[in-house]
Design a binder for this molecule. Structure first.
Ligand code: NAG
Ligand code: NAG
Length: 365
């Protein structure tokens, strides 16, 4: 049902859009050297229109991107060579992981690691509501992929929307959680950043040196992890007979490879939502020790580097008991390439064994 408020907003938007602004000639630089917030616009989708991009701590230095209520308002963004950066935390916006088979979208998030960036071009445009001049961040490409595509937002947990990449030419839509295409708009936050950002102010004056320092750090960590992977690959094939990592010696039984990040009618989005952390040195031991310290009954690893804990999971998330189902949890852990840490939106799920009781993994056939 369309509310009166919606109709009024649509009409006023249409009326004001007629009063178009004048677009200045020339092309804007792909560096923005003042702080800004990123606003989301899609004037036909009022549930997201004019809301802001929030940052949410995802562990291990990663920050995930949401439209509230999840995440923190973020006022100190800059654009360097078309890439959104937050210099205070050393992260930049990249695309990768959590590919959806249903609509072919991929996650947009921020990290200090070397994932391929999302590139934008600042462009003058007229605000669809007010007709005033604004600077939009037009999406150019996901580095390494063909030019084009869109940034979109789709329903996530707790009433939030998460940011995703919609590839060029894509016509697939997930009817249960459509990814709404949006325009990102630069909202300058001025030359007087909040006092909590005083470290940022310091680094602005030396921005070129702080940028090169962080890119050196990224290169170092990437080459280190590549070396580590290469070293251990030779023994991988003899590491484990079963396509999962046994943790019964630590008091946890493996239940199976559980679906994660599904939008199901029971309202659950995450399979385990009690606590989480992410790390470039993730192992199943580290994850289950974390969940154990928190007193949780269930724990599991996902996407190589994430650990999730909880005390229950929805019946819709019960893993299958076929050997074939384990193939979806075949990602090697970032901290031990001999172990499996879930898959792309699949969780290697464990349950705490009763104290003094039997501790036996589920049987797969
Ligand atoms: C943008 O900033 C980067 C980093 O400071 C610099 O290397 C590049 O030349 C700048 N590009 C433009 C078009 O000013
Ligand atoms: C708004 O979102 C819909 C659904 O993704 C899309 O078809 C439309 O082009 C978007 N409009 C704008 C102005 O981005």
């Amino acid at each position: 049902m369309i509310s009166l408020k919606t109709i009024t907003a649509l009409l006023s938007g249409a009326a004001l859009a007629a009063a178009q602004c004048t677009i200045p000639p020339g092309t804007l630089s792909n560096n923005i050297t003042y702080y800004f917030r990123a606003q989301v616009q899609n004037a036909t989708r009022l549930e997201v229109h004019n809301k802001y991009m929030n940052f949410d701590e995802a562990g291990g230095g990663d920050k995930h991107l949401f439209i509230g209520p999840v995440g923190m308002p973020t006022y100190d963004l800059t654009l360097i060579n078309g890439v959104i950066h937050q210099l205070s935390t050393g992260v930049r916006a990249v695309i990768g992981g959590e590919f959806s088979e249903i609509d072919h979208t991929t996650k947009l998030f921020t990290t200090g690691r070397g994932d391929n960036a999302a590139v934008f071009q600042p462009t003058y445009a007229c605000n669809p509501d007010t007709g005033l001049l604004q600077i939009e961040l037009r999406f150019v490409r996901w580095v390494g992929e063909p030019d084009g595509g869109f940034i979109c937002v789709r329903h996530s947990f707790d009433g939030s929307h998460e940011f995703r990449y919609d590839p060029p030419g894509n016509t697939l839509i997930d009817v249960n959680r459509e990814c709404i295409r949006v325009t990102l708009v630069v909202i300058p936050t001025g030359g007087t950043p909040p006092t909590t950002l005083s470290t940022v102010v310091t680094s602005t004056t030396t921005s070129s040196s702080s940028i090169s320092t962080s890119s050196v750090a990224v290169t170092t960590s990437t080459s280190t992890s590549v070396t580590a992977t290469t070293t251990t690959t030779s023994s991988t094939s003899t590491a484990t007979a079963l396509p999962y990592t046994d943790q019964t010696a630590n008091g946890w039984r493996f239940i199976g490879c559980a679906p994660e990040e599904r939008w199901t009618t029971d309202g659950a989005f995450r399979t385990l939502s009690g606590a989480m952390f992410g790390s470039d040195t993730m192992t199943n031991e580290a994850c289950l020790a974390f969940c154990q310290a928190g007193g949780f009954a269930y724990g599991g690893t996902e996407w190589r580097r994430e650990c999730w804990c909880g005390n229950s999971y929805a019946p819709t998330r019960q893993p299958a008991t076929t050997l074939a189902s384990l193939a979806l949890c075949d990602y090697r852990c970032t901290g031990n390439s001999l172990q499996y840490c879930g898959g792309d939106a699949w969780l290697s799920l464990y349950a705490k064994c009763p104290t003094g009781g039997p501790c036996v993994n589920a049987v797969f056939s």
